[in-house]
Design a protein around this ligand. Structure first.
Ligand code: DUC
Ligand code: ZN
Ligand code: ZN
Length: 477
């Protein structure tokens, strides 16, 4: 009887700190030994000296999130996690969204139903708190944190979701008291509305004007305010989907002043620019409408720099999948829409890892260790999943990617999401996962998806571990 269920031979293993050659032994879905010339397994895979990284943790993606009809997200937990697996992601963290007037408990229960029996990889939820009533703040949120829902997103924009500054302070206070991670979507809602009305009055409603309605200034102001609010409450925050220089400067300032402000960025801020929203009034630009909008080449360089030098903690997809054709996506109701009504978001759950390995590691902009830190280890730490997730170590789940370094041209037809386009169509990539394993099972073999709906399990999260958890007294003010 072999000692192990699986042995991966001749791996060039990469962690957030090291690269080393070893065999990896797996039993009951976990890594049980790393070493040279390990005894045999029931199954053997020869990595042949290729890089093996921990599976990706996509800490920001939207799957089957309820939308006002006729809009519908193209991916549910089935297609979304299938796509994730084929792109090397083995844990996803989408959002259980509270509607105003809805109890947070009901939002979580509804979202569990949407996931139940469908996921191919492990998953947990962030909460979106849109209605912080006394009951939510005093009862529901603390209880949910204790039960393992230890992160939530706060919106500073969108009428149906946004919180005012007082509400944000209330929610941040709960995060501080109960040890949760608050993620913040930082854009100034009033500035966006004011600019949008002016553009509409001038007849400027094509997709490209989405970027004009959300210039960097509106992100900079909200980022500054979010930092100040977190300083007042004395709690760490994580600013999501940072798009460029002006927000980056605010975060660098916060760090220089000793504040625990973490930051996330996404592929669209490295590979897309405002021109992708259109250089004329063509509707094709709707494919790249997301918020904040992509900026320009000089801002892409600032984001690369921030990835390399530690400004960014997490690299997520912000997969928000809407079909381009049809009547439930970018053309809600079957018609081209003024930019105000174009659903915000682009697909990217499957391409996140390969884009960063190709253009980051292969192109020499970041080390393989930095890649692992950004795509797997740090997101697992930020959201209380480490060391079970995000590590290639004895005791961790055997969530692994064996990388193929080969040149090819990316086509949407190769992808497994339910979206009819990729914003990265035609890009030349130099790497793709040659194999993805989720808890020791092969879910992607390099050409075929081999997972099983329902194999993905819900994960209860612990407290964030990016920082030591000290019960520091609140400083006197
Ligand atoms: N914010 C997100 O985080 N995702 C999609 C759209 C948005 O505004
Ligand atoms: Zn957002
Ligand atoms: Zn998002």
């Amino acid at each position: 009887m072999p000692a192990f269920d699986l042995v991966i031979r001749n791996a060039r293993a990469v962690t957030a700190s090291d690269i080393f050659d070893c065999d990896i032994a797996v039993k009951d879905g976990r890594i049980v030994q790393l070493g040279q010339d390990l005894p045999g397994g029931t199954r053997e895979i020869d990595a042949a000296g290729r890089h093996v990284t921990p599976g990706g943790v996509d800490a920001h993606c939207h799957l089957d999130q309820p939308e006002p009809p006729p809009v519908r997200m193209a991916d549910d937990f089935d297609t979304g996690t299938r796509s994730a697996a084929c792109g090397g992601t083995t844990t996803v963290i989408p959002f259980a969204l509270q509607h105003k007037g809805q109890s947070l408990r009901d939002a979580v229960a509804d979202y569990h139903q949407r996931a139940e029996g469908k996921a191919h990889v492990d998953y947990t939820f962030h909460l979106i708190v849109s209605d912080p009533t006394p009951k939510v703040l005093e009862e529901e949120l603390p209880a949910l944190i204790r039960e393992g829902y230890t992160s939530f997103k706060i919106y500073m924009t969108y009428d149906s979701l946004k919180l005012d500054d007082g509400q944000i302070l209330d929610v941040l206070s709960v995060a501080r008291e109960h040890g949760a991670m608050a993620m913040i979507h930082a854009e100034n809602a009033d500035c966006i509305e004011w600019l949008t009305r002016r553009l509409e009055a001038a007849g400027r409603t094509a997709p490209r004007y989405h970027a004009h309605a959300r210039p960097m200034l509106v992100e900079r102001e909200a980022t500054h305010r979010a930092i100040a609010l977190s300083e007042l409450v004395d709690v760490p925050i994580l600013i999501v989907h940072v798009s460029g220089k002006e927000a980056v400067e605010q975060i660098r300032w916060a760090r220089a002043h000793g504040l625990n402000v973490f930051a996330e960025t996404c592929p669209q801020y490295l590979f897309l620019s405002a021109e992708d929203l259109g250089i004329d009034d063509s509707y094709h630009g709707a494919k790249c409408v997301c918020s904040p909008p992509p900026r320009d080449k000089s801002n892409q360089r600032v984001i690369w720099q921030g990835l390399a030098d530690g400004l960014f903690t997490v690299f997520s997809s912000d997969h928000a999948p809407y079909r381009f054709d049809g009547d439930d996506g970018k053309k809600a109701g079957g018609e081209e829409q003024p930019f105000r009504h174009i659903p915000n978001g682009i697909p990217g759950i499957e391409t996140r890892m390969a884009l960063l390995w190709s253009e980051g590691v292969m192109a020499g902009r970041i080390t393989p260790q930095k890649f692992v830190e950004l795509t797997s280890t740090n997101p697992a730490k930020a959201y209380g999943l480490h060391p079970r997730k995000g590590s290639l170590a004895v005791g961790a789940d055997a969530d692994l990617v064996i990388w193929d370094e080969r040149e090819f041209v990316l086509r949407n037809s190769q992808l497994h999401h339910n979206v009819d386009y990729t914003p990265y169509e035609g890009m030349h990539l130099t790497a793709w996962p040659g194999m993805t394993l989720a808890r020791g099972e092969v879910v992607w073999d390099g050409s075929r998806f081999t997972g099983r709906a329902g194999a993905g399990r819900f994960l209860h999260c612990g407290h964030p571990t990016l920082l030591p958890r000290v019960a520091a007294p609140r400083p006197a003010r």
